[in-house]
Design a protein around this ligand. Sequence first.
Ligand SMILES: Cc1cc2nc3c(=O)[nH]c(=O)nc-3n(C[C@H](O)[C@H](O)[C@H](O)COP(=O)(O)OP(=O)(O)OC[C@H]3O[C@@H](n4cnc5c(N)ncnc54)[C@H](O)[C@@H]3O)c2cc1C
Length: 307
Amino acid sequence: MSAAAEQPPPPAGVERDFPLARLTTVRTGGAAELFARAGSREQLLALLAWAQGSRVTVSVVGSGSNLLVADEGVRGLVVKLDRELARIEVDGPRILAGGGARLPKVAAAAARAGLAGIEFGVNIPGTLGGAVRMNANAYGGELGAALEWVEIATADGLARMAPGELGLAYRRSNLAAGEIVAGASLLLAAGDVEEVKATLEEMRRRRHEAQPQGIRTFGSTFKNPEDPRAEGRSAGMLLAQAGCNGLAVGGARFAVKHANFIENTGTASTADVLAVMAAGRRRVLERFGVTLEPEVQRLGEVRFPWS
Ligand SMILES: Cc1cc2nc3c(=O)[nH]c(=O)nc-3n(C[C@H](O)[C@H](O)[C@H](O)COP(=O)(O)OP(=O)(O)OC[C@H]3O[C@@H](n4cnc5c(N)ncnc54)[C@H](O)[C@@H]3O)c2cc1C
């Protein structure tokens, strides 16, 4: 719903027509009608209460590392968490962090404290909130396994949820659009500082070998399929075998080194990305009979061209 001419006026700090592309790792898409950074729980709750009272829809952007923003922009209020809501504290075997804390920083803080269980986060360029929403995982590590509780902010206030209440499954949770992860507690295992740091380093090295570096991408485009016709192959393998590496439309292409990553080679729009996705998905369907489902999340009116 539009924020136009509603009363009362938005809280201080709310900006209009805020470009969102630079808040995403693929750097595509238009502007948010309204945008605000929430640096504290009070600020976040004030924004959510105002939005509810003004019937303005709210969405949240983390590091934008698995996000496609509509070229036409996003109606309503887009919130980004920072300051207090991006803080990381170590408390004995726990890490208490804001939903806006970056996962690689959380992994590094845990390693410095000799805490094991979140090492895989070093390779996930998202926030803790985005990782909860997506149930991020890598190299056998899964966020859900480390979570003790999650603090959810809605227009009604703050509430703690246990991981069992989040409906965590492969790259999904049951968090609804207006439910914002304000913070979380990770309960980790006491380990040896040098060993945890070595694991981190090993994971970094493996990632460096497997994935292209320094490109503008949102990571995995499609989820790995469960369809038996995939015969255990990942989405990336199927795309590669269907000849998608380097396949381009406009400024978007499947990366040469990793076919499940779409790269913005300079001037891509979200429409270009969608066209490349459609082309890759069609090739895999024709070649293997497997229907790939997108992993990437959408902000604004982004329609997949096949749905
Ligand atoms: C190079 C690269 C490698 C990657 N490797 C991995 C990997 O190994 N494993 C993996 O799981 N993912 C990986 N990803 C994908 C991505 O980093 C994760 O999905 C990450 O968890 C997304 O977090 P984000 O903060 O960037 O969320 P965004 O991309 O900003 O948002 C994703 C979704 O989460 C929601 N969201 C964001 N913040 C919050 C919040 N505080 N509360 C509620 N909802 C929120 C958004 O509204 C959106 O629906 C990779 C991405 C890239 C670019």
